[in-house]
Design a protein around this ligand. Structure first.
Ligand SMILES: [Zn+2]
Length: 658
């Protein structure tokens, strides 16, 4: 779901006659054997960055300056990103802690960089060749300005303080979730209904009870399939309150600091400040959009809830009006309705999508559509089992990118699904992009929903890998946050297409293909529950906006009120925002609405493929006009050029009403 851009808008080395060029590193993930090795690499990297910065500060604001800046940025990526990434995936807590400490040092470096008056002055004076350079200048200047460089000295100092604090609070928020190490105990009887693949090989207590963690696939399996309401409830509470009261307090601090930061720039709320350069532009536009979504889905949310309540009262033989419906009932009864009404059982898909072959299938979809090849290469990474791939252009045979894939859960690993763009590519720097895909698949195969997630995340890695921008700071996923999900969300649609699924035969001749009949049912079932799902996403986006609004309300009271206004209601004592990491993140804070906004673009772009989602002609056009362009032109322009018309929300609202 999430996309991680490790380093803010990573920054600069110098080229030109008077300085030797620093060689950029090959796209290979370094192996760190000990926390000491991380510390040493951290010191070396930081020292090198400081030396590079001194060089760049002396560089004249001439025609070579942009390239020098971009080289500086790329070199910093090389030194900072791998270590930053380790805090999420390293195999020992000591390594993760060392990486996190290093990452904080880099954050400070980058935030002080954005306040560097010498660079800002050079940037303002630098000549531009064309639209790409002008866009570089516009966006980079805005990044600097957001760091406070154009503020008076006292305000500038305060802005830096706040930005550093916000970074530390975001890290603390994530650490509270990661290190909570929440375990939930179940007797085998309580797990009745839950597929054995989820719990059979899990650790046991001395008394035989099964010990389950709260990684997303485990939680969703238990909530969907456990017949025992007590078991579902226990899992729901464990996950919902994962970050605890400590994280609620962090959110309050974060909202206060953001509000103060916006004030330094003359804004009376953080949302308008944050959105000023995004597609949506301001809070008013987003509220209008979210309200339209609410008006469109409210009735279907209630209707869906009625169906679920009815299913529960039928199953329990209770009076419908008196049947209490709880959040931990929702997935379970939705699954029952899907099975009864549409005869779709998510678990039934695992046999058709063995985990390794599912990955190969996803790669095949991209190969077929976008004209590339994935080749497994032998390369050690951060944990045993992580695979490395060379990505090459099918037509020329040239290697164009590197991709790492970390498929299965392990202790201390990032528990969701995300892609890290470790290196941003650049044609001018002859720099190859490199990404890491991190998911937590069940090794017994994937459900259709999990396949959708895999394809979604893979879409982010493709955006990184197929980038072909002149400057690395404009590469692939460096696009505005309310567009960045669109390429991935578009690919989600591919999973529900029989023709696409038949590609499985090319990567796994022995796999049984998903029967057309099962898929047709899944397509019908997909529309059920849409009201609930979209209203939920709408709620998340609205909460994130309200939390960062003019009056910085208390986080939990605000959540209780807003969730309380939805049909499912609020359960006293629950703290969903405590586990909602997007809220604390610099990139997604005040930007969660971007998932729905991107979806508008995704569904509009999808229309270009018509009935043939594997069309290599449209696929190549899309690769060239959208993916390869990164952020070297505004997102709306790229989409309009690809579509050959201005984008609109027609396909999105039609889908909501379906
Ligand atoms: Zn995503």
């Amino acid at each position: 779901m999430m996309l991680k851009n490790t380093v803010i808008a990573a920054f600069l080395l110098l080229s030109g006659s008077s300085f030797a060029q620093t060689a950029l590193k090959a796209p290979v993930f370094p192996v760190f054997k000990s926390p000491e090795a991380v510390n040493v690499a951290c010191d070396e990297g930081m020292n090198a960055a400081k030396a590079r910065l001194r060089g760049l500060e002396k560089h004249k604001a001439d025609a070579g300056w942009i390239n020098a800046f971009d080289r500086f940025s790329a070199a910093n990526e090389d030194d900072a990103n791998d270590i930053d990434f380790l805090q999420y995936v390293a195999t020992s807590k000591e390594l993760r802690d060392a990486a996190q400490a290093c990452s904080l040092r880099w954050s400070e470096f980058f935030s002080s960089l954005l306040q560097n008056g010498k660079l800002y002055k050079a940037l303002k004076a630098v000549p531009t060749r064309d639209a790409v350079d002008r866009e570089f200048k516009r966006v980079t200047m805005a990044d600097f300005e957001a760091g406070g460089v154009s503020l008076p000295p006292a305000k500038q100092a305060r802005a830096k303080q706040i930005l550093d604090q916000l970074t530390a609070l975001d890290q603390a928020f994530n650490k509270n979730i990661r290190d909570a190490g929440i375990k939930v105990l179940f007797t085998e009887a309580e797990l009745k209904g839950v597929p054995e693949a989820v719990w059979k090989s899990a650790p046991r207590e001395a008394d035989g009870r099964v010990v389950l963690g709260v990684a997303n696939p485990v939680v969703s399996s238990v909530l969907r399939t456990a017949e025992s309401p007590e078991a579902r409830e226990r899992m729901w509470w464990a996950k919902t309150n994962e970050g605890g009261q400590a994280n609620i307090e962090l959110l309050a601090q974060i909202a206060q600091l953001r509000h103060e930061l916006a004030g330094l720039f003359g804004y009376d709320n953080y949302v308008d400040f944050k959105l000023r350069n995004r597609m949506a532009h301001d809070a008013k536009t987003v509220w209008k959009f979210l309200d339209e979504v609410k008006d469109t889905v409210n009735a279907s949310d209630r209707a869906d809830m009625d169906v679920l309540r009815q299913a529960k009262s039928k199953a329990l033989g209770t009076d419908r009006a008196k049947t209490e419906f709880k959040p931990w009932d929702a997935s379970f009864y939705a699954e029952i309705v899907r099975r009864e009404r549409y005869q779709v059982d998510q678990e039934a898909f695992r046999q058709y999508f063995p985990s390794e072959q599912a990955l190969a299938f996803v790669m095949r979809v991209i190969e077929k559509t976008m004209g590339v090849r994935y080749t497994l290469i032998d390369q050690a990474a951060w944990a045993p089992g992580v695979k490395a791939y060379k990505v090459s252009d099918a037509a020329s045979g040239q290697a164009i990118a590197q991709l790492y894939v970390d498929l299965y859960p392990r202790e201390g690993k990032y528990g969701h699904a995300a892609v890290w763009g470790l290196r941003n590519g650049s044609t001018e720097l002859k720099r190859m992009p490199m990404a890491a895909l991190v998911v937590n698949l069940n090794d017994k195969g994937l459900t259709l929903d999990e396949m959708t997630t895999l394809l979604h995340e893979f879409g982010h890695s493709v955006h990184n890998n197929l980038s072909l921008t002149r400057h690395s700071v404009q590469a692939g996923t460096s696009v505005v946050r309310d567009f960045v999900e669109a390429p991935s969300q578009m690919l989600e649609e591919w999973v529900y297409d029989a023709k696409v699924l038949r590609l499985m035969a090319e990567v796994c001749p022995n796999c049984k293909l998903v029967p057309d009949e099962l898929l047709a049912k899944a397509v019908a079932a997909r529309d059920f529950g849409k009201g609930v799902d979209y209203n939920r996403q709408r709620l998340y986006g609205a909460y994130d906006l309200a939390l960062n609004g003019k009056d910085t309300p208390a986080p939990l009271a605000l959540w209780a009120r807003m969730e309380g206004e939805t049909p499912i209601g609020y359960v006293p004592g629950s703290m969903f925002p405590s586990r909602f990491a997007h809220l604390a993140s610099d990139g997604y804070g005040a930007g969660y609405y971007g998932y729905l906004w991107s979806k508008v673009i995704a569904l509009d772009m999808r229309t270009a493929f018509g009935d043939d989602k594997l069309s290599p002609v449209i696929g190549m056009k899309y690769r060239k006009e959208v993916l390869a362009q990164g952020s070297q032109h505004p997102a709306g322009e790229l989409v309009n050029k690809f579509l050959g018309r201005p984008w609109n929300s027609g396909a999105f609202f039609a889908d909501l009403k379906r």
